[in-house]
Design a protein around this ligand. Structure first.
Ligand code: NAP
Length: 251
């Protein structure tokens, strides 16, 4: 018998082309899952991620191109998961953007766009993919929140609101889906080295790192370790939780 944690499972990771999502997708593939990624931008980046997923063990890995803030994309994703993998055991709602600025200067369009991708996108995906899980009477949903959603952050009213909203979505979905054997949890990363945090100035970065108890930024793999655990059978009695992976940033 295989001792891989996700042997025989299928997973969809939104925003899986790079950063935290790519690390999660690769961790799942290395533990026996067939993995699909959904992303929006550069085809070459997604193609590279798919090649790495195949190398890691997901022979049937594929990428779906689309915008998670479009409800039609979630329907398409569910249909492809059913067609290619026969269903969906694990959904990771990880796609996200920032568009920082002080609230007094923040345009309504900026607020709406960030919430539409980070929060509405997770709702659409959860709605469509959980329908497959309900039929299977099992599933794992993992939402990528943030320390900004837990404690707020100046300059991130749009982002913090979307990430706090994800926590509410996580808890409500956990309550609705628990009786069908589906767990729903959120991860709240702190400051993780990806292209998202590379947008910060050196001064902003130094300030952020100085507030971290462990004195350093995290890596995408630090988040992937928890996602892997939550996706596995080992976490079958954990639901509705928000778990920080932040080097002690919220302390
Ligand atoms: P990243 O490197 O910028 O990657 C973001 C991913 O989301 C990319 O794959 C991107 O696809 C995808 N994406 C963006 N908009 C999309 C859309 N409309 N539809 C589909 N896919 C879309 O970011 P990251 O740092 O890995 O962040 C991943 C998640 O962790 C985000 O939800 C973020 O808020 C959260 N998080 C990050 C940190 C951190 O410190 N990095 C901290 C807390 C929480 P393309 O490549 O195609 O654009």
């Amino acid at each position: 018998m295989s001792n891989q944690l996700l042997q025989g499972k299928s997973a969809l990771v939104t925003g899986g082309s790079r950063g935290i999502g790519r690390a999660i997708a690769l961790a799942f593939a290395a533990q026996g899952a067939q993995v699909a990624i959904a992303d929006y931008g550069d085809d070459a980046v997604a193609a590279e991620a798919v090649a790495l997923l195949k190398e890691a063990g997901s022979a049937r890995a594929f990428s779906l191109k689309g915008d998670v803030s479009d409800p039609a994309f979630a329907k398409e994703a569910a249909a492809r998961m059913k067609e290619d993998f026969g269903g969906c055991d694990i959904l990771v709602n990880n796609a996200g953007i920032t568009d920082d600025g002080l609230m007094l200067r923040m345009k309504p369009e900026s607020f709406d766009r960030v919430v539409a991708i980070n929060l509405n996108g997770a709702f659409y995906m959860t709605k469509e993919l959980s329908a497959l899980m309900v039929k299977q009477r099992s599933g794992r949903i993992i939402n990528m929140s943030s320390v900004s959603g837990v404690k707020g952050n100046a300059g991130q009213a749009n982002y913090s609101a979307s990430k706090a909203g994800l926590i509410g979505l996580t808890k409500s979905a956990a309550k609705e889906l628990g009786s069908r054997g589906i767990t729903v949890n959120a991860i709240a990363p702190g400051f993780i080295n990806t292209s998202m945090t590379a947008l910060l100035t050196e001064e902003q970065m130094a300030r952020s790192v100085s507030a971290i108890t462990l004195g350093r930024a995290g890596e995408p793999e630090d988040i992937a370790e928890l996602a892997l655990f939550l996706a596995s059978d080992k976490a079958s009695y954990i639901t509705g939780q928000v778990i920080a992976v932040d080097g002690g940033l919220v302390l």
